[in-house]
Every structure is written in C-alpha cells, then in structure tokens.
Write a protein that binds this ligand. Structure first.
Ligand code: FAD
Length: 316
C-alpha cells in the first residue's frame, strides 16, 4: 500500500465525493476485470487536476490517467497509487475556425470518441467516421492512435495540449509526435519536462466540409459492418494483439492456428473474431494473460511470428 492515512485525508479534503478508495477497477474497464485502485479520482475541474498532479509529484505518489478503460486489462491485485479519470473536468468539444476547405475543431480528453463522431456528423464535417463504434474517450483514442482500416487519429490530428508532470501546459504539434500502428510517442522527449508520459488534455483536429445526410448514410454502413464482424456485446478490449507489420492479420494467424474458441477459465478467444479475447463471465486477469501467452506461443511455434498485445496491461 502506498497511500497512508495522511495522504487519504488530504485526498478526501480536496476531492470530497470525487475520490474513492480501494475502488474495484472491474467497474471501470470494458473487460469488467481488475483488482482495486488504491485511490480513484475524478477531478471536477482543470485546477483540481493540476493540483493533484503537482501534489502527487511532490509526494512521489504514482498516478495513471485512464479514459473509459476500453483498451485496458488491469491485473487482479489492482493498481497502487492513484487512478485519474478526466471525464468530469475535460468534457467540451467545439468548432474553432474554418481554414481554406477545412475546419479545425477541438475535443477535450474526457469527451467520448462517439460524441466527437456525432458532433462531426451533425455539423456536416468529414474525416471522423472512421472512428464510429470505437469506444472510449478522445484522450484514450489519441494515446492509442485509435483507428480502423478506414483511417486513424493521426490522419486528422493537428496538435495536442498536454500537461507534463512538471511545468505548464504545452502545445505539441503533429510534427513532434511519432505515430505508429496503435501507438503514439513523443519525438523529442526533451521538450516535455518531468518524468513519464504527459497527460493529454485536448486534441485539435482538421476535418473536411461535407453533408450531414451523406455522412449519416456512410455511418450506418460502417456501424453495421462493425457490429456484424466483432463481438461488441461481450466484455473485452477490442483487438487484443497488434497486427504484424505485413502479411496476415493477428486475427487470421490466430484463426489459422486453430485457436478460435480456445479457453482458459472464463477467458475465451471469440468464435466471431479470433483477435478478441473476451470475458465470458467471471474471468480473472490472470486467465486472460494465460490465454494471451497460449496464443503467443502457438502462433510463434507455427508461423515464427511474435504477436504483441495492443491492449494496455497495468497493475500488480
Ligand atoms: C468492443 C471494442 C471495439 C474496439 N474497436 C476498436 C477499433 O476499431 N479500433 C481501435 O483502435 N480500438 C478499438 N478498441 C479499443 C479501444 O476502444 C481504443 O483503444 C480506445 O481509443 C481507448 O480509449 P479509452 O478512453 O477507453 O482508453 P483507456 O483504455 O482507458 O486507456 C488506453 C491507454 O491510454 C492511456 N490514456 C487514456 N487517456 C489518457 C490521457 N488523457 N492522457 C494520457 N494517457 C491516457 C491509458 O493510460 C492507457 O494506457 C475497441 C475496444 C472495444 C471494447
């Protein structure tokens, strides 16, 4: 345990009902899995967030910012330190300006990606439909460079505002961000003071001008296809493994290895989409991880390919 009574007192005084202790992370992940977070804080304002970050740094308390937990597997013994969620304090999306043939909009990190998609459709702005059906928040989507075969966040992102672990808010332009498949890293880490990854506060996106009716038609087709091909109703975290850089997709390799339907306890490889490891009811994180290992070993043995998880695995 890292948080003693004094620390807990400070958190209660400062955050009141916005802090919970020993909060089961199974309540905050799409997997419905995960041991307790020592403290779970939902800051009510940007000022509360900055105060929490500088106080945690000063006291040397680890913290992690999460979105909706739709790409997260929390281990069974939970998370030491503080889990921070931004959905209360950073929840605005707005149009900033028109530029030539495009429009710049901003969405704060706590906004749901689907809210941003709907906003774009309602305003007749194109470029966001690729993200239809991707759960989670804008912060999580930027961090994961979320996307589909139709596009990804890096196609439309112009810049981000981040909060480093020390110092003021920084604006980072797209040129200073290295985007790769379902991943983001900062090109020049020296420009970001403090330790570790900064917190993403908001993204600025460049969208095209289109027509709401046309975008809605496109949206219906995209969502229908997603629901038909993925087990979206089962607790899980989307595609578990990253696709290898070339050749077959992770799902195809797992299918060819004969692993569809394979189980460890309550963890199962979906029969609908082989790259989904789902929780059939009462799976533990360690069962999901054992199944992950079984997939990795089998695929490596058969095809000499090392599958890497796309899902972020956190906790102890
Ligand atoms: C049914 C289903 C379908 C899915 N389909 C897709 C898909 O088609 N394409 C796709 O790319 N993904 C897909 N996913 C995965 C997931 O929805 C995306 O990765 C999503 O963008 C994650 O957002 P989140 O807010 O839930 O992030 P979380 O899962 O909460 O966090 C993901 C990572 O981002 C970090 N993070 C979150 N917010 C911040 C922030 N503000 N600052 C710094 N770090 C932050 C977290 O620490 C963590 O490391 C799917 C998941 C499910 C369950």
């Amino acid at each position: 345990m890292l948080l003693d009574q004094n620390i807990r007192k400070w958190l209660i005084n400062f955050f009141g009902s916005n802090v919970r202790f020993d909060e089961p992370m199974s309540k905050h992940t799409y997997y419905k899995i995960g041991g307790p977070a020592e403290a779970f804080v939902t800051p009510g304002s940007f000022e509360q967030l900055t105060e929490l970050v500088s106080w945690s740094e000063e006291k040397n308390i680890p913290y992690i910012v999460i979105g909706d937990g739709s790409n997260l597997l929390v281990r069974d013994k939970g998370i030491q330190g503080i889990v921070i969620v931004l959905t209360k304090c950073l929840d605005k999306v707005s149009r900033i300006k028109s530029e030539n043939e495009s429009v710049i909009i901003t969405a704060m990190a706590g906004v749901r990606t689907q809210t941003l998609c709907r906003f774009a459709i309602e305003k007749g702005l194109s470029g966001m439909n690729f993200a239809l059906g991707i759960p989670g928040t804008v912060g999580g989507a930027i961090m994961m460079n979320a996307g589909t075969s139709l596009g990804s966040i890096s196609d439309i992102l112009e810049s981000v505002n981040v909060l480093p672990s020390s110092g003021p808010v920084l604006k980072i332009e797209k040129d200073d961000i290295d985007f790769s498949y379902r991943n983001l890293s900062w090109k020049n880490e020296m420009i970001i003071p403090g330790n570790g990854d900064p917190i993403i506060l908001e993204g600025f996106f460049r969208l095209g001008m289109s027509d709401t009716l046309q975008l809605k038609k496109e949206a219906d087709i995209i969502l229908k296809k997603k629901n038909e091909s993925q087990p979206t109703k089962m607790p899980g975290a989307g595609c578990f493994f990253k696709n290898p850089p070339s050749g077959k997709t992770a799902g195809q390799l797992i299918d060819m290895a004969g692993l569809k339907g394979a189980r460890v306890g309550g963890a199962e490889i979906s029969a609908k989409h082989a790259n989904f490891i789902v929780n059939t009811g009462n799976a533990s994180a360690s069962e999901i991880l054992s199944l992950m290992q079984l997939v990795q070993e089998t695929v490596f043995h058969k095809f000499n390919i090392n599958l890497l998880p796309e899902v972020k695995i956190v906790g102890i």
